[in-house]
Design a protein around this ligand. Structure first.
Ligand code: C6P
Length: 407
């Protein structure tokens, strides 16, 4: 992307040196993305000029803070093309969004023996909440297998659908393999079988255009911190009729309409699911992040990441003893996980860090997926709108050092 070099100036941390003379190469955006000045400034300005609690006060600051919080919701709703802002619930992150659905919709509507379909490539955030619910309600969890080409086995999925599942919950893009799953098809088939769908959008919403109405997704979970926004805030999209039919999640202030000593009536959407003082400054930052991404253009971001990933696959394929876990380029986002013969992934990451290259090593919160491949860990490089070809060259050079050191 010709604009990459210019937009890198928006990200103060990218000009940091890890040690004197060793500039940072940040290849861990799948864990969390870096933040542009536009987001930092919006949050700073909020605290300097507006800070107040929202939905409570009638004073000017409270009204302005409330307007900023709700305006951010409106822009986030627009970003995913929700039909209405009330379909966007602020949560802490993707993890909390999925737990919200499990603990409210799942607890109310799932019964003993009901089937929930997940996939073998899920992050723990889309496994453990369902395991917890399954243990409590005696549900049956089934898994769409991952094939040898790192794509989901859609034939096996079709067979699983004959079990008449109540829910199909799947990741839109794997944080380990980079596999971009055919969400529209998975959702269409689920609906035809009478199931609802939950899309884990933690890795898709930040990286390419996600349109909840085009997908016909029932729920979509995502986190601000992976899309240039702050930590501590995320969102759950849900179709209005579903959210209205769900009981509240946490109880407390703001989520109620009327409280008596022994009972309460819940507030309307979206406040029904937002108990207590929310992360107001973070919502402002979240709004600034979607403005920023929209301004750059999601199609441009996706195209840029595609080019960087293609280049990375080419460069890494030249390195002996390196095995990449993930599908071919057409099905792959900007994530490259790999092992190196005879070198532990943590050692690889440590040597890369000495070269200023930040990558993640470990199971990436996807232990069952690593188990499937008979490994415990991989080293993972991940890319975003600010990643350059030079960053990939520095990665390749660092890996040459690993080979030199470990023979
Ligand atoms: N993956 C990674 O390094 P939270 O932590 O709630 O913001 O996001 C959870 C989550 C859910 N689904 C997917 C596909 C994810 O990638 C993540 C977060 C990070 O891969 C941190 S473990």
């Amino acid at each position: 992307m010709t604009t990459t070099v210019q937009l890198r100036d928006d990200f103060p941390v990218l000009s940091r040196e890890i040690r004197p003379g060793v500039p940072l190469v940040y290849l861990d955006s799948t864990a969390t993305a870096q933040k542009p000045t536009q987001v930092l400034r919006a949050m700073d300005e909020y605290y300097r000029k507006y800070n107040a609690n929202i939905h409570r006060g009638v004073h000017t600051l409270a009204e302005e803070a409330t307007a900023m919080y709700e305006s951010a919701r409106q822009r986030i709703a627009g970003f995913i093309h929700a039909a209405h802002p009330r379909e966007v619930i602020y949560t802490r992150n993707t993890t909390e969004s999925i737990n919200l659905v499990a603990q409210t919709w799942g607890r109310k509507y799932l019964q003993e023996g009901d089937v929930v379909i997940l996939t073998e490539m899920e992050h723990h955030s889309n496994l453990v909440p369902w395991q917890m619910l399954a243990a409590e309600k005696h549900l049956r969890l089934e898994f769409i297998p991952v094939r040898d080409d790192y794509l989901l086995d859609l034939d096996a999925y079709q067979e699983l659908l004959s079990l008449k599942p109540r829910l199909v919950a799947f990741t839109h893009m794997s944080n380990v393999l980079g596999t971009i799953n055919p969400a529209e098809e998975i959702i269409r088939l689920a609906h035809a079988a009478g199931a609802l769908t939950l899309v884990d959008g933690a890795q898709s919403v930040p990286h390419f255009k996600v349109d909840v109405q085009a997908l016909d997704a029932d729920f979509l979970a995502f986190s601000a911190h992976k899309m240039c926004g702050p930590t501590g805030i995320g969102a759950l999209y849900g179709k209005q009729a579903l959210l209205e039919a769900m009981p509240p999640f946490l109880g407390g202030g703001d989520m109620i309409r009327k409280v008596y000593l022994r009972s309460f009536t819940p507030n309307e959407l979206p406040h029904k699911f937002e108990a207590g003082t929310p992360a107001v400054a973070e919502a402002v930052g979240f709004g600034a992040a979607v403005d920023y991404l929209s301004q750059v253009g999601m199609d441009l971001i996706a195209a840029h990441e595609h080019e960087v990933t293609a280049y990375a696959l080419e460069r890494l394929s030249e390195i002996p003893g390196l095995r990449i876990f993930g599908p071919d380029l057409p099905h792959k986002g900007g994530v490259v996980s790999f092992t190196m013969n005879g070198v532990h992934p943590h050692d690889v990451a440590q040597i890369l860090d000495q070269n200023g290259v930040a990558v993640r090593a470990g199971h990436h919160c996807a232990m069952p997926l690593h188990d499937k491949f008979g490994i415990t860990a991989t080293t993972r490089a991940s890319f975003y709108l600010y990643t350059t070809f030079e960053d990939v060259d520095r990665l390749a050079k660092g890996l040459d050092d690993v080979i030199r050191l470990f023979g």
